[in-house]
Design a protein. Structure first.
Length: 250
């Protein structure tokens, strides 16, 4: 028997009522706070830019990876360059800051310098991604004064840290740095040069080799000579000469 119009209307009313009840019990989609959305965008951008480079990454790519609308990205960032700057600020907090804090807390200046070398020139994917991002940013800073100023501030902090470790090492006897301000700049410059070589794809220089080279530089330039050995070395020729003379007079 075919259903009556009354039955159909009743069924329709029942379905609508059921849907309304379902909507009532379904949790409403929560709108994330601005700082949370910004962090989501930065995390997504970091992975994309590290994988394919800044110039191959678009705002639309970042929005899709973050699961937000393009307008959400442009609300928080003026463009891809500002996104990269945000990524690097986060990198300083997540990657560099723990290494720098550990260096400051080291028992001696020499140990602090070793921690800085080993931490910033680390092996593995995490360090490689970090330096790929920085290589992109160096290019950006070379052409845009605003980002160059921000990068200069980063170097002020690095130079200050290296200088303080050299001064502390000189005071505690673990290092010898007569010109700590100049030598700190030299140390960081050498590190940057090794970064460019060690973290490029298919480079002949690997991160572990880069660490060894910078460590050897620290040993050769900043390690105080062993005065006991030096004194023994200066006495040996005289002792040998006296012995030779003794043999000649016999």
């Amino acid at each position: 028997m075919a259903p009556s119009h009354t039955d159909a209307r009743a069924d329709s009313h029942t379905d609508a009522h059921s849907d309304a009840q379902s909507d009532h019990h379904r949790p409403a989609r929560q709108r994330q706070p601005p700082e949370v959305r910004r962090a989501m965008i930065i995390d997504a951008a970091r992975e994309l830019i590290a994988a394919q480079g800044m110039h191959a990454t678009t705002i639309r790519d970042i929005a899709a990876a973050a699961g937000v609308a393009v307008g959400t990205v442009t609300y928080h960032f003026s463009g891809i360059a500002e996104v990269l700057a945000g990524v690097l600020q986060a990198e300083m907090t997540q990657f560099s800051a723990p290494v720098m804090s550990a260096a400051v807390a080291a028992a001696t200046g020499r140990r602090g310098l070793d921690i800085l070398t080993d931490g910033l020139l680390a092996s593995g994917d995490r360090a490689a991604e970090h330096w790929k991002l920085w290589l992109d940013f160096w290019t950006l800073a070379a052409h845009q004064p605003h980002y160059a100023d921000w990068q200069a501030g980063v170097y002020v902090d690095l130079h200050y840290l290296a200088e303080s470790l050299l001064r502390r090492g000189t005071a505690d006897g673990s290092l010898r740095a007569p010109e700590p301000a100049r030598q700190a700049v030299e140390y960081i410059a050498l590190m940057d040069g090794l970064v460019v070589q060690a973290y490029l794809p298919d480079s002949r220089l690997k991160p572990d080799q880069a660490r060894a080279m910078l460590t050897n530089y620290v040993i050769s330039v900043f390690t105080a000579p062993d005065t006991t050995t030096a004194q023994a070395a200066t006495k040996t020729p005289a002792a040998v000469t006296k012995s030779d003379r003794s043999r000649r007079t016999r």
